[in-house]
Design a protein. Structure first.
Length: 350
């Protein structure tokens, strides 16, 4: 009993750390400390337009938990100067760095907002109401990873796809469930002649994707539409991508079948989804524990309500993906030898 109680207490402390990171991320505290240097509570409040007393409490908690440093803990409260370690800037303050992890706080805060509805979903079997976009929008955990790796490392390592994306006439790509557009943008930046059509059900995500593409000067080659991934687009496409989304779809086989039907001759479907163990185990890795947890509180409940739903959940093992792809009519289902801590990549060919 004592050991379990201690474990839950540590979990509570970890949850509170994430909630305070959420505050720091939302209010720009980490970015301000990284860009403008150490600050007292009054200085940080002045720089960010926030309340000094609340900022002081946040700074003290951040130093107490080890996320920030303080020059002199014995100094008077208003005289202490707090700083972010240089090595921690990529994790807490640089959203373009592949090590940026403060997005997890945004993700967990959004999940916490829907927990009462998730409890009701357990009772009824219906999906909880969709979360509103505001106040924090969707956590963009994949932004830096896609910009750094998708077009620069992953696609070049897949010879048939890379060859077509470099060839003439310019390849046509459809990015299903594109979210806020970073996968589409990453592909277009890496392959400078291709045309990418992103599609997503979330109108707010699509609006953000359009702004992101315009900011990168890609509005002429990257476009976005609010659309259901299971509905045909304008074929044929040389590449269809479904990145970190298939497990969330209520009808994954139908989506894969539609993707197959949209392919040009010689085309490929690229799927990326959660990297989890091949079989269920009680001696789970940290990664598996994370995916199991996010599946319980978010991914599976959101796929409920439709009696025809596949009800996959986030723990989509390779064998499940193989079955879905085979049912959709794919004859070649290749697990790609691409190393990533979070994702496993598959190439599907009719």
């Amino acid at each position: 009993m004592d050991a379990l109680s201690e474990r839950l207490l540590r979990s509570a402390v970890a949850a509170l750390d994430l909630y305070t990171v959420y505050i720091g991320e939302r209010l720009g505290f980490y970015r301000t400390l990284a860009g403008d240097g150490p600050a007292t509570s009054a200085e940080l409040a002045q720089r960010t337009g926030t309340n000094e007393r609340l900022v002081r409490e946040w700074l003290e908690q951040q130093a107490a938990t080890g996320l920030l440093t303080v020059d002199d803990p014995a100094a008077a409260a208003l005289e202490r100067r707090y700083a972010i370690r240089e090595e921690d800037v990529p994790v807490l303050a640089d959203a373009d760095h592949v090590c940026f992890t403060a997005h997890e706080a945004v993700e967990m805060a959004r999940n916490a907002r829907s927990l009462p509805d998730v409890v009701d979903a357990f009772r009824t079997g219906n999906a909880p109401p969709p979360l509103g976009w505001e106040p924090e929008g969707r956590a963009e955990w994949n932004r830096a990873k896609y910009l750094a790796k998708l077009g620069r490392e992953w696609l070049p390592a897949i010879e048939p796809i890379d060859r077509r994306l470099r060839a003439e006439p310019p390849a046509k790509v459809v990015d299903l469930a594109c979210g806020t557009g970073w996968s589409s943008i990453a592909m277009a930046k890496a392959y400078t002649s291709i045309v990418v059509h992103g599609r997503d059900l979330d109108a707010d995500a699509v609006a953000a994707a359009r702004e992101n593409a315009a900011a990168h000067g890609l509005g002429d080659r990257v476009s976005f539409a609010v659309a259901d991934a299971s509905q045909p687009a304008d074929p044929p496409y040389d590449v269809v991508t479904i990145l970190e989304a298939l497990h969330d779809m209520t009808h994954p086989v139908e989506v894969l079948r539609t993707a197959r039907e949209m392919l040009a001759e010689g085309g490929s479907v690229l799927v990326a989804d959660e990297r989890v163990s091949d079989t269920f185990t009680t001696n789970a890795s940290v990664r598996d524990r994370y995916v199991h947890g996010i599946s319980v509180v978010a991914c599976l409940p959101e796929a409920m309500g439709d009696p025809e739903s596949a009800m996959t959940g986030a723990v989509m093992r390779a064998e499940t993906l193989r079955r879905y792809a085979a049912d959709a009519g794919f004859r070649t289902i290749e697990i790609l030898p691409i190393e990533d801590d979070d994702l496993r990549l598959y190439r599907l060919v009719p």
